[in-house]
Design a protein around this ligand. Structure first.
Ligand code: OXD
Ligand code: MN
Length: 595
């Protein structure tokens, strides 16, 4: 039975007939009491915040945190759900073994049955948004329809949302459609479905960021990666930084690490005191869209406008910029509280009084803040936000860095001999799992280009696309692999990480500028100890040797595992990539065993 919409809800503030038609179609299916077209204004945000405070969904914090609020999600809804995330292509093979697949017709039918009537008693919010600067030819618009005011407030911090985005969308006509409802948060009725051929997303049953803020992973990675392949560019799970050396030379670097491996920390890195004259500024901390430019270089934009960062571990020592940034206008999700209502998580001073579920803190119940507790904050609050983030043409990349969280084997840094070798390095990224997704933590899993949960199509085709993009570049960025997470036998980290990572970045930039040599090894080019700028850092020389060693036997086993994993992708694995793996193995064989 269809209820009559209110008259003012039918008066849509847009000239896009397609958008109006879709909103009415969704309203007929989901039966909301009201439709609200978001304009992105401060007044709108204040009204929604008040609404959520009144219902108790948001809570105010200590006055030292002006404009900040606490949100507690349902305890069963605290992370991305990869096993419930689908890519629904007409031909199953296009989604690849790296995605769960369902036939589009069956997926639509299933999702529509879940959405049927699900917004009764609720408001349907229409969120027009633009991923990327409003005036960039590389930006893409989308519209999220959701029944969650929390999602609206987060999307306002994370994207360019509201009237200006709507105006661009009306000019362009094309937009990604995302339909979202928190439903009843029943994990049995939770699905995140992507229809790349229709530029459509349907997400039901979760309010958690990666599942519900559809501009982020769903649009800017899964759908965008598909569009990018059709159009000759790359949508990647990468941070973007501007690094300026003491001579005033600025380089732009993109880096791909799996979730919760410190992308936000690297993007906001504070140079160590012993490296005066260096500055690092953030362009983005999670997603980069890369386009071959007319000059033969690779140009990058950050499609996002805010950060959805992991809170635990963020403190004045690990990331003072982020620590300062979340002192105002921030939404905290699933953090603990001190007795004077300050947000708290592991790594901060003070003591938790209430845990992330609002219970009096009791260590028997586990950590006080959820390990995947988050902050959502506008990039404008970042003290080192780079003005280049607004450049419509993006920034030209000098280097691309891949990395993972690996306690053994992968050295501190290694340079690819050329682009295709770089693609092999990217395809071999592996990392120990973290709390950003549901499932076991600390298990090594292969995460090619850090895109395992986010690539919207077959990995074999994706690697081919990477190789093809490289061929279109006359000055491709140099490609590197880093590992900040090596441990000794007792589980102690061998490398201090955080700000000290700039030493590795400095070597990388020296390589880019041809200022330093590197040693050829069977796995790539590596610095000799004397090449790394280590002044002011006291590091055990045996640790350094360990960090830069090549464990020939270990790499043999690694390449054998990689060959096995490539075989999962069948004949779509590019021949050039397999050949590179063969030649990498042959190089190891020519090398006397080091262990
Ligand atoms: C994220 C993630 O939230 O990668 O950025 O999980
Ligand atoms: Mn991420």
């Amino acid at each position: 039975m269809s209820s009559l919409p209110r008259l003012d809800d039918l008066i849509a503030p847009t000239s896009s007939a397609e958008l109006v038609r879709w909103v009415h179609e969704v309203a007929a299916l989901t039966q909301p009491d009201r439709i609200h077209w978001c304009d992105g204004s401060d007044g709108e945000a204040a009204t929604l915040t008040r609404l959520l405070l009144d219902t108790g969904a948001l809570e105010t914090l200590h006055p030292d945190y002006p404009g900040c609020h606490l949100y507690r999600s349902h305890p069963n809804d605290v992370a991305r759900v990869e096993h419930l995330t689908f890519v629904c292509t007409r031909d199953q093979t296009d989604a690849g073994p790296n995605n769960y697949w369902m036939a589009p017709a069956a997926a639509h039918a299933h999702m529509d049955s879940l959405f049927s009537g699900c917004m009764r008693g609720r408001t349907l919010y229409v969120i027009p948004y633009c991923m990327g600067p409003l005036d960039s030819p590389f930006s893409r618009c989308g519209v999220e329809l959701t029944d969650s005011p929390y999602v609206v407030l987060n999307m306002r911090l994370m994207t360019r949302m509201g009237q200006d985005a709507l105006a661009r969308l009306e000019r362009e006509g094309r937009f990604v459609r995302g339909l979202h409802s928190t439903g009843d948060l029943d994990p049995e009725r939770r699905f995140i479905m992507h229809f790349p051929e229709e530029l459509m997303i349907k997400s039901f049953g979760s309010g958690y960021g990666g599942n519900a803020l559809l501009g982020k992973k769903c649009h800017a990675l899964r759908i965008a990666s598909w569009q990018a392949r059709e159009e000759g560019w790359l949508a990647e799970h990468m941070l973007l930084v501007a690094i300026t050396n003491p001579a005033g030379e600025t380089h732009y670097v993109a880096a791909a690490f799996p979730s919760a491996c410190g992308k936000t920390n690297l993007a906001m890195l504070i140079p160590p005191a012993s490296m005066p004259g260096w500055t690092v500024r953030t362009i983005g901390d999670d997603i980069a869209w890369l386009h071959p430019g007319p000059d033969g270089r690779l140009w990058a934009i950050n499609p996002e406008a805010g950060y959805f960062g992991v809170a635990p571990g963020t403190n004045a020592r690990s990331n003072r910029n982020a620590h300062d940034m979340v002192r105002g206008d921030t939404i905290f999700t699933n953090v603990a509280l001190t007795d004077d209502r300050k947000p708290w998580w592991d790594g901060l001073e003070g003591r938790p009084a209430l845990d992330w579920r609002g219970r009096p803190y009791d260590p028997a119940n586990g950590p006080a803040a959820h390990p995947n507790a988050r902050f959502t904050v506008s990039a404008r609050s970042n003290p080192v936000y780079a003005h280049e983030a607004h450049h419509p043409e993006g920034v030209p990349l000098s280097a691309i860095i891949f990395g993972g969280r690996r306690r053994s084997l992968a050295p501190l840094v290694c340079e690819a001999s050329d682009w295709t070798h770089g693609v092999l390095m990217g395809a071999s990224v592996a990392s120990e799992t973290t709390a950003a997704a549901t499932g076991a933590v600390g298990v090594l899993r292969r995460d090619p280009m850090a895109m395992k949960p986010f690539c919207g199509y077959h990995f074999g085709d994706y690697w081919q696309h990477w190789i093809d993009v490289g061929k279109s570049l006359r000055q491709p960025p140099k490609v590197f692999h880093v590992n900040w997470f090596r441990q000794d036998a007792e589980g102690r980290f061998l490398w201090p990480g955080f700000g000290e990572n700039l030493r590795v970045l400095a070597w990388i930039l020296d390589r880019v500028s041809g200022r330093t040599d590197a040693a050829d090894t069977p796995i790539g080019r590596m610095p000799r100890v004397a090449d790394l700028p280590l002044d002011g850092l006291s590091l055990d020389s045996s640790h350094l040797a360990e960090l830069l060693a090549v464990d020939t036997q270990g790499w043999h086993a690694e390449y054998a595992r990689l060959r096995e994993e490539f075989s999962l992708y069948g004949d779509r694995v590019p021949v050039e990539l397999s050949q590179r793996l063969d030649s990498a193995t042959a190089k190891l064989e020519a090398q006397p065993s080091q262990r």
